[in-house]
Design a protein around this ligand. Structure first.
Ligand SMILES: Nc1nc2c(ncn2[C@@H]2O[C@H](COP(=O)(O)OP(=O)(O)OP(=O)(O)O)[C@@H](O)[C@H]2O)c(=O)[nH]1
Length: 370
């Protein structure tokens, strides 16, 4: 355990501004004096970074005796690439603008990353499990930035801890490193998941989107590594309003493909260039992709270094149960947020159309009647 205290301090630069990517530029001017602190004053007197890497030496609070609140001499996220020059624009299709730790009820945690991109106005996301996977664009040192700027956007290693002055110099419990387990050398599991408000939030039994998201997260927690790229492509890219219109057509008997076409939309309007850029930014050139959709594999590999070395199928839980003759035992927890599973005739019809008309690579249970 390495408690790592610091007080925000001036770099060699004569002034400071924080830089935001994309079309938004926010410049915060701080006093132009090398003696004054150039970062906003934190509400608490100190911030601790628990560094999970024992190989990385960090100063102990007790060894920093020159002032009551020690000043760090170097930041503990070494830049992988040269700093951005003044007014340099981010390059590439997608870049990460913020990252933060999200603890989950079972005690595990992941880092949520937000991406901006040059293709659309949406904020796409990446759920990153394990400490080994880092965003290059987030970690890149920016022009004249301060350590507090880096802390605020999440460009640190280890864990942040709020401390009060009475605890300075004492030992802290090291943040959990359970999720950085022995499987770190495995080719990471990746799920490229398209937003589905109805299936993930709305308890819908028309699709298995919520079940798939939960299952992907469960597998990544178990492996201690992995990434869910969460794309804001509601309704296979047609948006929620159009998807609801499609549902009305489905209630008249049209299937999920036909309903889209009747709205003058494509059966699937998604592209995966932003997902490609996010995976590249996270340094993932070889992945094990959780999907049944061949289109995702083809598009993610197209014109890119990324290789899907393994497809990990996502068998709907209810179909798995039917296949095993355990349908009667299959329990759907009412209103369960975690481990939600879906079943029913509407789901069966939806999945069957994906197999028959959208090339999805799952077997329809031989003993199933639709
Ligand atoms: N238009 C339309 N979209 C739907 C319908 N049901 C679900 N969706 C959307 O379909 C998308 C499902 O995305 P994913 O689960 O990532 O992908 P997939 O194509 O099913 O492929 P997998 O990786 O095998 O799950 C989400 O954007 C949902 O909002 C529907 O009936 N009509």
């Amino acid at each position: 355990m390495n408690p790592f205290f610091f007080r925000s301090h001036a770099h060699a630069h004569s002034h400071s501004h924080s830089r935001h990517h994309g079309s938004k530029h926010a410049h915060h001017a701080y006093p132009d004096t090398s003696d004054s602190l150039q970062t906003p004053v934190p509400r608490r007197p100190s911030i601790q970074i628990d560094n999970p890497s024992p190989s990385k030496p960090v100063p102990m609070a007790s060894s920093l005796s020159t002032s009551a609140v020690p000043t760090i001499v170097s930041y503990n996220t070494p830049p992988a690439t040269p700093p951005l020059a003044k007014d340099e624009e981010p390059t590439g299709i997608a870049w990460c603008t913020a990252r933060a730790r999200i603890p989950t009820p079972d005690g595990s945690e992941y880092f949520l990353h937000i991406y901006e991109n040059s293709k659309d106005k949406k904020e796409h996301l990446a759920f990153v499990f394990g400490d080994a996977i880092r965003s290059k664009s987030l970690d890149k040192v920016r022009w004249n930035e301060t350590e507090m700027d880096r802390i605020k956007r999440g460009a640190y290693t280890g864990r942040l801890r709020n401390t009060d002055s009475s605890s300075l110099g004492t030992e802290f419990t090291t943040a959990s490193t359970e999720t950085t387990g022995s499987t770190a050398s495995l080719i990471p599991l990746v799920r490229i998941h398209s937003e589905c408000f109805t299936g993930e939030i709305g308890h819908s039994a028309r699709c298995d989107c919520g079940e798939q998201l939960d299952e992907a997260i469960r597998l990544m927690k178990a492996e201690g590594s992995g990434v869910v790229v969460y794309l804001r492509q509601e309704g296979r890219g047609i948006g929620l309003a159009e998807k609801l219109r499609a549902y009305n057509l489905q209630d008249l008997g049209y299937d999920t493909v036909m309903a889209n076409l009747m709205l003058d939309r494509g059966a699937d309007e998604r592209t995966y260039d932003v997902a490609q850029a996010i995976l590249e930014d996270l340094g993932l050139n070889q992945i094990r992709l959780l999907t049944n959709n061949p289109d995702k594999i083809e598009q993610i590999e197209k014109d890119s270094q990324i290789r899907v070395v393994e497809r990990v199928p996502m068998m709907p839980k209810s179909w798995e149960a039917i296949e095993l003759g355990r349908e009667m035992e299959f329990e759907v927890k009412e209103g369960a947020v975690e481990n939600k599973v879906v079943k029913g005739k509407e789901l069966d019809r939806y999945l069957k159309v994906k197999v028959e008309r959208m090339r999805h690579m799952i077997s329809i249970p031989s003993n199933m009647s639709i």
